[in-house]
Each structure stands twice: as structure tokens, then as C-alpha cells.
Design a protein around this ligand. Structure first.
Ligand code: SF4
Length: 388
């Protein structure tokens, strides 16, 4: 791995820890995440490798303060709560996880019950991110999800009963045969449960998935781009009326419930990622761990950094990424924070491109920030690409 370069951790920045749990009860038909059907024979070794990886990073990074921890996957709730609690203890051995830290676990319906939630709560978990995806059993079946809509509703109730007051829903739109009316109904059902946070994902068809094969054979009737845009625009109007502010292209939250952990990514702030395929950004270096479980476990158990690839970003590249990621936030890229970090005002540094995008009506600039306009939100990826 490359020698680490200086990276200023100033007080304005937050620092996060991500732990990847790559196991799921079965593989969803659209999924290209680094996830594998649960194999109990591998879990024990995987957990030991994770602990070793946390140890080697802990020794190397020094005693950093962390404001967020995120257990993602995969489906972390395929493991007993005790395993998550042990991993948290291991992180606490090496990092100062602040008393009011946001500690999130991804919890999927059909894999978590009251005992699990009580265990997570006792371990200090403060937030659950629930993979609901749809409230229609036909669509859930088409997606290859293991749960029904009723199970999603009851898992939500169980989490509330266990005392979780910060719950997030993941929902997918643009599903095969989905109409805008159907999507509106999904959102209305979600709103009836009143979660604190909602993440909306447009279905992406990724190579290597069952959906990819179906589309190639012409067996996947997907909504067209205009229909997807209509679905997204409806949310941009309807969710704020229900008290959810859109604070990122795909994310909405009640006041005080924005995801702190994801904000670290969008502000291009530092984080360490542990686990197979996990990525991190530390002291100006981006790295990604080995994705195959056996390769990751082998390196982890040997006490090595299980890093497959790493790159130390040039100042130029770090600035471009900070613009690209920051534009995802509706608050945009804060000019004074950018100046404090890189010594340049982004409005001046990127003046020609900004001018062009402002003229096109997709970007707005004021004294505080550079941000996407509503029109810009609909074509965000092409606007972001102008900065890298
Ligand atoms: S639950 Fe999530 S990570 Fe697991 S297979 Fe389904 S989409 Fe992939």
C-alpha cells in the first residue's frame, strides 16, 4: 500500500467508520453489491478477519475520533446482534466513538425480530436503515426480495417497539411494469408509517444480475426515462409537503434526521471502511479492499491490510471530487469550507464551467455555496461530470 500522505483532520470535518457485512439470505435479482448467500461455515472466519483488519487500521491510524459508524451490506441483520455488538466493541478499542455518534445498521425485513432489535439497541445502535423497497408483494417477488410487504410493516413496528426513533426506508422506483400511480401509492404507504428518513433509488440494471439477463432477452418491461423523471419529480413536491426536506438528490429527512454518515461521503470527508470490498478515504488516499470473501479473509487473518487497490489523490483530483460529491447535497458545496480546505474559492477555480452551467440553468451560485437548481437535480450526473 502507498505511503500515507498528510490529510488535515480539522474540527469542521467529521470522520466515519464503515463495516461491511456481505451476507444475505438470498441474492436479489437486481443486486450487484458485494454480497453472498449466507454460508455459516465462512461467517466465523470473516468476523475474525474483520477484527484483525480493525486492529491493523487502529494501530496505523492512531486514536481518531469518529462521529458515525455504519454497518452495511449485504444484510448485517443476518448475523446475531451479539456479533454486531462485538464488532462495535472492537472499534471502540481503537477509535473514540463519540457519545452522541450516529450508529446505523442496515436491517432488512424478514431477517430481524424483537430480540435482534433489543440487542442492537443495547449495543448502542441509534439508527436503522430498512430495505423496504416496495409495499407490493408482486414487485417484491419480482425483485427477488425475501420478505413480504406485511413483514416490512411488522418489522418496522418491532423496531419502533424496541425504542428506535431514527428509522430510514430504502425504496426503489422505476421497477418493471411500475406506473407513476403505483409509485405514488408506494410512497403514500411509506408515509403512513412516518419514518424519519427516506432514501429513493432508481432501479439500475447491472451486468451480472438476473435482471441484466432478462433485459437482454427483452423480458424486462422498464419504465422509460420520462416516466422515471415524473416519479422523481412527484417526490420532490410531495415529500416536503409531508415534512420531509430533500437534502440530497435521493434523500429526504425530517428536521434533525439527515444521515450524518452519508454526509461524510458527500462532503468528501475521511472514513475507514472494513470488510470485503469496503472502500475508505484516509489521509488523502482512497482504497478498496479485496472483494472476494476468501481473498479478503486470507489477507485479514494474516494480519495484512486487505487492500486490493489504493490511490493517493492529487490536490486537483481531490478538489474535483469534492465538487462532484458536494453537488449531490441541496446545500451544495460550501465556498468557505472549500477555501479552508484547498486554499481556493471554488467559484473562481471553476469559473468557466460554472458560468456555462449557470447559463444552462442547472447551477446556482451565491456568496455561501454552489448548488444544483431544480432543473440541475434532474440531470445531476452530467453536471457533476463537468468537475472531474
Ligand atoms: S438484500 Fe441488498 S445486498 Fe442483499 S442481495 Fe438484496 S439488494 Fe443485495
Amino acid at each position: 500500500m502507498d505511503r500515507l500522505v498528510d490529510f488535515r483532520y480539522d474540527n469542521a470535518m467529521e470522520f466515519g467508520l464503515y463495516v461491511h457485512i456481505p451476507f444475505c439470505p438470498q441474492k436479489c435479482f437486481y443486486c450487484d453489491f458485494n454480497s453472498y448467500v449466507l454460508d455459516r461455515g465462512i461467517v466465523e472466519n470473516y468476523l475474525r478477519a474483520l477484527e484483525r483488519e480493525i486492529d491493523v487500521w487502529g494501530k496505523r491510524a492512531g486514536r481518531l475520533r469518529a462521529q458515525t459508524v455504519f454497518f452495511g451490506g449485504g444484510t448485517p441483520t443476518t448475523l446475531p446482534a451479539g456479533d454486531i455488538a462485538s464488532l462495535l466493541d472492537r472499534l471502540r478499542l481503537w477509535f473514540d466513538i463519540e457519545a452522541d455518534a450516529e450508529i446505523t445498521v442496515e436491517a432488512n425485513p424478514g431477517t430481524a425480530d424483537g430480540e435482534m432489535f433489543a440487542g442492537l439497541k443495547a449495543a448502542g445502535v441509534t439508527r436503522l436503515s430498512m430495505g423496504i423497497q416496495s409495499f407490493d408483494d408482486r414487485f417484491l417477488k419480482d425483485l427477488g426480495r425475501v420478505h413480504t410487504a406485511q413483514e416490512a410493516v411488522s418489522t418496522f413496528g418491532t423496531a419502533r417497539a424496541a425504542g428506535f426513533d431514527n428509522l430510514s426506508f430504502d425504496l426503489i422506483f422505476g421497477l418493471p411494469r411500475q406506473s407513476p400511480a403505483h409509485w405514488r401509492e408506494t410512497l403514500c404507504q411509506a408515509l403512513e408509517l412516518s419514518p424519519e428518513h427516506i432514501s429513493l433509488y432508481g432501479l439500475m440494471i447491472e451486468e451480472g444480475t438476473r435482471f441484466h439477463d432478462l433485459r437482454r432477452r427483452g423480458d424486462l418491461a422498464l419504465p422509460d426515462e420520462d416516466t422515471e423523471a415524473e416519479m422523481l419529480e412527484w417526490c420532490m413536491d410531495a415529500l416536503p409537503q409531508k415534512g420531509y426536506e430533500q437534502y440530497e438528490i435521493s434523500n429526504y429527512a425530517r428536521p434533525g434526521f439527515r444521515s450524518r454518515h452519508n454526509r461524510i461521503y458527500w462532503r468528501n470527508e475521511p472514513y475507514l471502511g472494513f470488510g470485503a470490498g469496503a472502500a475508505g478515504y484516509h489521509q488523502g488516499m482512497r482504497y478498496q479492499n479485496h472483494r472476494p470473501l476468501r481473498r479478503y479473509i486470507e489477507a485479514g487473518l494474516a494480519g495484512e491490510f486487505p487492500v486490493a487497490a489504493s490511490e493517493t489523490l492529487s490536490r486537483e483530483a481531490a478538489m474535483g471530487e469534492t465538487m462532484m460529491l458536494g453537488l449531490r447535497l441541496l446545500d451544495g458545496v460550501n465556498r468557505s469550507a472549500f477555501r479552508a480546505r484547498f486554499g481556493e474559492d471554488p467559484a473562481e477555480r471553476y469559473a468557466p464551467v460554472i458560468e456555462k452551467l449557470v447559463r444552462a440553468g442547472v447551477l446556482a451560485v451565491d456568496d455561501q455555496a454552489i448548488r444544483l437548481t431544480r432543473r440541475g437535480l434532474m440531470v445531476a450526473s452530467s453536471v457533476q461530470a463537468e468537475f472531474v
